[in-house]
Ligand binder design. Structure first.
Ligand code: ATR
Length: 274
């Protein structure tokens, strides 16, 4: 239960999604506020919002002058129609994970793509690398944008081919059925953007594990569990890996800076996630 005295007079930021209970964002942001000594000014909460309540929730948050809204599954695309303004990158990606309320005007942003770009560029020069994106999810749109922006050669693989095809047209790349394993194997970087590996699908992999070899870079955007089957296999064969928590961290840092206009304390935020 929320203790009202803790939020009185503060700028509230809130994550909305369904499910949202597992989210590490409140802890990550609140700890960062405390570390910077701005916890008397900001407070971060979470709320489970079903799709049918999204419109009313957004209207209410606007009236209540909530400072920032973090959107997660399944609202990243549907929320756009309720916003007043859209940042150019969010428009290109077609999904919003961050909303800023400036005096009742709601503006949508996407920081997910930075959560892809920053950990990748720490590890490899993506330019001209072949990148297999598994899944045509909302988060996958941000991955595709980041890869194209970094000059990678993108290939999209999805269980429902038509979705991959639609997305490939948007990002000017090739689409394949997820079962095109030989094609995936020939790529340099393999990125899972499906929900396979988390929740009810924990312990599963979206692709056969034996196609992973030591020359691959494997990036799984699933962050719970930390070591998905895909990541475990990549580590076993000596491939380089990027964990889902790294994406969560860097999208969160960009979001924190939009909400507070303060430089985010990266080390503290990482400690919380780990
Ligand atoms: P969101 O936009 O909220 O991230 P989504 O659009 O439902 O989620 O996308 C989930 C992704 O996981 C999709 O690419 C989905 O494939 P389909 O487009 O064929 O549905 C993928 N996915 C989910 N379960 C899967 C499974 N068991 N095997 C392979 N892909 C799966």
């Amino acid at each position: 239960m929320l203790n009202i005295s803790r939020i009185k007079g503060k700028k509230i930021c809130m994550i909305i999604g369904d499910p949202v209970e597992h989210s590490l964002s409140p802890k990550m942001h609140n700890t960062a506020y405390s570390f910077l000594g701005i916890d008397d000014e900001y407070f971060f909460i979470s709320s489970n919002v079903k799709s049918e309540s999204l419109k009313n929730t957004i209207e209410a948050l606007k009236v209540l002058n909530i400072r920032g809204i973090t959107c997660t599954i399944p609202h990243k695309q549907n929320v756009i129609k309720y916003l007043d303004e859209l940042d150019d990158i969010a428009k290109k990606i077609g999904a919003v994970n961050t909303i800023i309320n400036e005096n009742g005007i709601l503006r949508g942003y996407n920081t997910d793509w930075l959560g892809v770009k920053i950990p990748l560029e720490k590890l490899v020069d993506v330019k001209s690398k072949k990148v297999a994106l598994i899944g045509a999810s909302g988060a996958g749109q941000a991955v595709a944008y980041a890869i194209k922006k970094m000059g990678g050669e993108l290939f999209i693989f999805n269980r429902t081919y038509e979705k991959a095809e639609k997305m490939a047209k948007k990002f000017n790349c090739e689409a394949y059925d997820i079962k095109s394993y030989e094609k995936i194997k020939k790529c340099d970087i393999i990125i899972n953007s499906t929900s396979v590996g988390m929740g009810k699908m924990e312990g599963q992999s979206p692709i056969p594990l034996d196609i992973i070899n030591k020359d691959h870079i494997v990036f799984d955007i699933v962050y719970k569990p930390k070591e998905t089957e895909l990541i475990k296999r990549a580590l076993e064969v000596g491939a380089k890996v990027i964990y889902g928590y790294e994406m969560l961290l860097y999208q969160g840092i960009a979001q924190f800076e939009l909400y507070t206009k303060c430089k985010a304390p990266e080390k503290i935020m990482l400690e919380i996630l780990l």
